[in-house]
Design a protein around this ligand. Structure first.
Ligand code: ATP
Ligand code: ZN
Length: 293
C-alpha cells in the first residue's frame, strides 16, 4: 500500500464521506479557498484551484489510509486515530466534532467507579481504547464488540455497561444510562502521513497549513471600529486586547478619532462595556474572512 517518495505534487486528502464531520470539514476547505463540487456522488474529487484531490471515505478507514501513505493528509476524529493506534503525525486539533469516549452503565446498576467493572461485560465499538483503559488499572473486563447502537445492549442483556462516544449525553439518558467516567476526549484532527513526501508536497502542506491557521484565527477574531474622544485614546489602547497595535484615524470633528483593531471574539462583550465607559461610541464589530500574520 506504500506510495512512499511519491514525486507527484498533488496532495491527496482523506475526509469523511458522509457523517458528523463532513459538513464542517467541507466548510473549512471551502473557507480556505479550495473549490470543488459533486463530492456527494464521488469517491474521489479533484479540486479546481489548488493542487489537491479529496478521497471520501468512512471515518474508520481514514487513519490507515494516511498511515500507509495512500493519502497524505486526513481529517478525522482523535477517537479513530487512537483506536486504530495509527502511526501518523497530528498537525492540528481543529475543535469540531468534539466528543468523549466514556463508560456508561444503567442508572441504578451501582456500577460507578472503574473498580466496580471488574468481571463485567462492556459493549463497545472501541475495543482497543476500552481494553487499554481497564488493563492499565489492573481491572479485568470482557468486551462485547458491536459496530452500532451500542447503547441498547444493556437493555438486551447483551452487556452490563457500554463504552461509547458521547457529546451531549442525550442518547445515554434516553436509554436509562448514566455516564460514569471518560476514557479519552476527542476532537477532529488534521493528520499527516509519516511516509516520506516529495519536496513539492511538503511545500503544498505548508501552504495548506498557513491557510488553515489564517482561517481559524479569523473565525475566532473580530474587526472592531469605534469613535472616541482624543483624550481617551491612551485609556482605550490599554483596554484593547489587540492582536495588533490599533489604527487611529482623524475625524472631521477634531476632538474625536476613529480607532480600528482586531480582537479575540470571546473578549468582545467584556471589552465593549469597558470601552463605552471610557468614552467610545458607535462601536461596530465585523467578521473577518481570513487573516495572514
Ligand atoms: P462512517 O460511516 O464514516 O463510518 P460513523 O457512523 O462511524 O460514520 P459518525 O457518527 O458520522 O461516524 O461520527 C464521526 C465522528 O464524529 C466520530 O468518530 C467522532 O469523532 C465524532 N463525534 C462527535 N460527537 C459524536 C457523538 N455524539 N457520537 C459519535 N461520534 C461523534
Ligand atoms: Zn465510522
Amino acid at each position: 500500500m506504500n506510495r512512499s517518495l511519491d514525486h507527484t505534487t498533488s496532495l491527496r486528502i482523506a475526509i469523511q464521506k458522509s457523517g458528523r464531520l463532513t459538513d464542517k470539514t467541507i466548510d473549512l476547505l471551502h473557507g480556505i479557498g479550495i473549490e470543488f463540487d459533486n463530492y456527494k456522488r464521488n469517491l474521489m474529487v479533484k479540486t479546481r484551484n489548488f493542487d489537491v484531490e479529496l478521497l471520501l471515505l468512512r471515518d474508520d478507514d481514514i487513519p490507515e489510509y494516511v498511515q500507509d501513505g495512500i493519502c497524505d493528509l486526513g481529517f478525522v476524529g482523535a477517537n479513530e486515530v487512537y483506536e486504530k493506534d495509527s502511526k501518523v503525525t497530528v498537525l492540528r486539533g481543529l475543535n469540531y466534532g468534539n466528543c468523549r469516549l466514556a463508560v456508561a452503565s444503567p442508572n441504578a446498576s451501582g456500577l460507578e467507579t472503574p473498580e466496580d467493572f471488574e468481571g463485567k461485560r462492556i459493549a463497545t465499538s472501541y475495543p482497543f481504547l476500552t481494553q487499554k483503559f481497564f488493563q492499565d488499572r489492573g481491572i479485568q473486563v470482557s468486551l462485547v464488540e458491536i459496530s452500532g447502537a451500542v447503547e441498547i445492549t444493556p437493555q438486551l442483556e447483551v452487556a452490563d455497561a457500554i463504552s461509547d462516544l458521547v457529546s451531549t449525553g442525550g442518547t445515554l439518558k434516553a436509554n436509562g444510562l448514566s455516564e460514569r467516567f471518560t476514557i479519552i476526549e476527542s476532537e477532529t484532527k488534521l493528520i499527516q502521513t509519516e511516509q516520506p513526501l516529495s519536496e513539492g508536497k511538503q511545500r503544498l502542506i505548508e501552504k495548506f497549513l498557513q491557510r488553515i491557521d489564517g482561517y481559524r484565527t479569523a473565525k475566532e477574531s473580530r474587526y472592531i471600529l469605534m469613535n472616541a474622544p482624543k483624550n481617551s485614546v491612551e485609556q482605550i489602547k490599554e483596554l484593547l486586547p489587540s492582536m495588533k497595535s490599533p489604527t487611529i484615524m482623524p475625524l472631521a470633528n477634531e476632538e474625536m478619532v476613529a480607532i480600528h483593531t482586531v480582537i479575540p471574539y470571546n473578549q468582545f462583550w467584556d471589552v465593549m462595556e469597558q470601552l463605552q465607559e471610557a468614552g467610545a461610541s458607535d462601536i461596530v464589530m465585523l467578521p473577518i474572512e481570513s487573516m495572514i500574520a
